[in-house]
Design a protein around this ligand. Structure first.
Ligand code: UD1
Length: 364
């Protein structure tokens, strides 16, 4: 089938959401073009995911790189506008809540091109998070809003978005997880690091609210120090966290026998570490969902989550900055008295099929 669809990816958490869409479009022989904004550019923040997830080379690489929010967003807009004027797509598909998501949606809408937003409706109600601004604005621009969980339906309705634009399709990241789970399980990455199944904690921390000031990073280090006194931990460090640890002269404080530090990992390696961990400590959005699906206990170092289903039905607990709460939940997990988690509606590996069906009916 001939068509003119753009799929936009820019930062690490986008790639696991676009991969299942690409697979489904290819399976149904629907043509599309892939645009990589270059918001993330290091090998282990970007290219490794293309390799791991079998995503073909982008048709356009905008090479925008890092910068302040305004700089990065503006640069994506300027570069993306050139491509869109040349190619005149019928629809662009954006995912998640990163700067690339809002930048491309805004450019497309001003040129009267339809926008689909995958992972619509999530709200943390915390406007201090750049991601909250990105997701809310993108939803209000979009023509097709693909929702992962029930709270998203409720939020969009509350904001007055026309229900004919809203589609409850489930969680596309779970499609990706299911496609790759055999490979991830079998790579036994954790064993190569000398780890034992169910005997380590996996850490990911990179949000501005945890790593951008010295005080916050010291709080995170105190937390990690407590955990490593109880169980071995592995911490693949995001470039933003790495940079700030160095700038605040705190990097030496994580050099402990019970802490393994690594570069950011590929999808299959990270999934293997998640599957075999005793628990996960994070401030990521997507990892709250993946861990809930896998029924691995997860503690989130944030005051709020835009993914409340992971608390209601999944294995997630919000810890915020409360050290005593953290200690209590780590102890619960280590003594096997933590909640077990339940199945979540439409997190079943069929989300990309549902999305492509809707696009075929409504757009093509
Ligand atoms: C971005 C997203 C966030 C997502 C996260 C996942 C926004 C507003 N934030 O945050 O929602 O959870 O990605 O990774 O879009 N850097 C590198 N190499 C890279 C990428 C970044 O060194 O490949 C460094 C840059 O110097 C930059 C810093 O990391 O200053 C932060 O990168 P940036 O893209 O601004 O945001 P993230 O914190 O990664």
């Amino acid at each position: 089938m001939n068509s003119n669809i753009f799929i936009i990816g820019g930062a690490r958490p986008n790639f696991m959401k676009i991969a299942p869409l690409i697979r489904e479009l290819e399976r149904q022989k629907i043509k599309f073009k892939l645009i990589h904004t270059g918001q993330h550019y290091d090998y282990n923040m970007s290219k490794i995911f293309f390799d791991n997830l079998g995503i073909s080379k982008p048709d356009y690489f905008l090479n925008v790189g890092s910068g302040s929010h305004a700089f990065q967003t503006a640069k994506i807009m300027i570069e993306f506008e050139k491509v869109i004027l040349k190619e005149k797509p019928k629809l662009i598909i954006v995912v998640g809540d990163v700067n690339s998501t809002i930048a491309c949606a805004l450019v497309a809408k001003k040129l009267l091109i339809e926008v689909a937003h995958v992972e619509a409706g999530l709200r943390s109600f915390d406007k201090k998070m750049p991601e909250e601004i990105n997701r809310k604005l993108t939803d209000h621009l979009a023509d097709y809003l693909f929702v992962t969980e029930e709270s998203g339906l409720f939020n969009l309705k509350n904001e007055g978005i026309d229900s004919s634009k809203i589609f409850f399709v489930g969680n596309i990241m779970i499609d990706n997880l299911l496609t790759n789970s055999k490979l991830a399980r079998e790579n036994n990455y954790y064993k190569g690091l000398g780890l034992i199944r169910d005997s380590y904690g996996l850490i990911t921390i990179h949000r501005a609210s945890n790593v951008d000031t010295k005080k916050d990073l010291e709080r995170v280090i105190k937390t990690l120090n407590y955990i490593q006194s109880k169980i071995k931990i592995i911490f693949p460090i995001h470039p933003r966290t790495q940079k700030n640890l160095k700038n605040f002269n705190l990097d030496e404080q994580l050099k402990k026998p019970n802490i393994i530090l690594t570069e950011p990992l590929g999808y299959l390696e990270f999934l293997n570490l998640m599957m075999n961990a005793k628990f996960i400590l994070t401030d990521s959005g997507g990892i709250q969902e993946e861990a809930s699906y896998l029924k691995i206990p997860i503690l989130t170092l944030r005051q709020n989550t835009e993914r409340p289903i992971t608390i209601e039905k999944g294995t997630n607990t919000l810890i915020g900055n409360d050290f005593n709460k953290l200690k209590m939940y780590v102890d619960k997990i280590l003594s096997d008295s933590y909640k077990k988690g339940q199945e979540i509606e439409k997190w079943d590996g069929k989300t990309s099929q549902r999305i492509v069906e809707i696009i075929k009916n409504k757009v093509l």
